[in-house]
Ligand binder design. Sequence first.
Ligand code: ADP
Ligand code: MG
Length: 485
Amino acid sequence: MMSYRIEGKTGSWEVVIGLEVHAQVISNAKLFSGASTHFGAEPNTQVSLVDAAFPGMLPVINRECVDQAIRTGLGLKAKINLVSRFDRKNYFYADLPQGYQISQFTHPIVGEGKVEIELEDGTVKEIGITRLHLEQDAGKSIHDLAPKESCIDLNRSGVALMEIVSEPDMRSPEEAGAYLRKLRSILRYLETCDGNMEEGSMRADVNVSVRKEGEPYRTRCELKNLNSVRFVMQAIEIEAMRQIDIWESGGEVDQETRLFDSVKGETRTMRSKENAHDYRYFPDPDLLPLVVEQDHVDHLKSTLQELPDAKRARFEQEYGLPRYDAQVLVAEKAIAQFFEQVAKGRDGRLAANWVTGDLFAVLNKKSLSIHESPVSADNLGKLLDLILDQTINGKIAKEVFEEMVETGAVPSEIVERKGLKQVTDISAIDQAVAEVLSKNADKVAEYKSGKDKLFGFFVGQVMKAMKGKANPPMVNESLKKQLGL
Ligand code: ADP
Ligand code: MG
């Protein structure tokens, strides 16, 4: 692996990155109340007395949220803590009516785990997970609705979040991006978080420091609340440069929380880093320790779906795919399903080529998701059948595919209507070859005196004469025979 380094005036620097990802739990109700979590509702229509922190209200744990956290922990190959505890994290903010957030501090529900990431050059790297804990989300302050007022929407107040903390194991923006994408893919497979960063249901706090080769870690800064993979990657690069400048001009990096401004391309101080004692964490007296049974964990484990890594390994094995292709196909569950429907009982590699090549190109060009694909998996499969049983050749298949994209028609019908059936009549092919060779006697002479490349030219001419419909191996055979090879 080519390691990522930033060259400064004093030599080369390594970047150290650890991520804290907040992932909104998919559940019908909030972590400690029965209010709905549906996205996009009118402001303040999904707020129970608990979420609005009316005096005397008691939180009641929502067991579905706990199960979702456990499933996620299992998906991260992490230790599930059968006893965990909720603490109050005290701070004042207008959109936090309780004056504290219920979180898990010393005893999180999920302990150490790991996530495998694949880099573009094929390197595989393991990123350590430190912990995952459950906590409440805060409400939302809205400052741009009224000219002189701030508004507060408490719909999000009390929604369950999983905070997933990584070890400082990443060493480049690319690794951080790959980690986030992989994490999102795992959460989506598990159906524990929808991973929609634009809607804020997955947000990342990014910790960045820089160091010289072989040194212990230096002071880090935390970049708050980034909501896209691209921003995370940009912010890391910009923040690393800022820190390198400070160190190289003889200064010291202060540990602080910073904001990334994607428009100006800079990071700015938000507040100096708070410490745990600033929050005066203490066990929430309204809640008993959270106890789960090992049997229940085992049951949840037995009902987990096949996750991306396992699916990738199976695709490599079952369909004979190279690791990279398998990786691309499993990143999204719906794509993996589409692929399997095309590949089942056919040729895995051919199916993978069509899905990642021709189909992806169309989806990209038209900005469509796999669910909106103009060509169904069924029809793409039927197209492969026509190639595999030699009804059409690969070149004609592209033409048929184009028409399938435009009209959604069934491939056999297109082939029939346009008369695209492959010609396997050897006498017709022999005749076309003979004509091409006699028309190009000069080229034949050149070929015979050693210009091997002309073979491709002859093939092209024969194909053209037969309107692209000739069976290519038969054309090759006939050419070889008639050229006296
Ligand atoms: P805190 O509790 O103050 O947020 P943690 O030790 O829990 O601090 O670390 C928070 C995040 O910062 C973790 O994701 C961790 O991997 C990352 N981190 C810790 N030290 C460094 C460092 N020197 N450089 C970059 N990231 C770091
Ligand atoms: Mg933290």
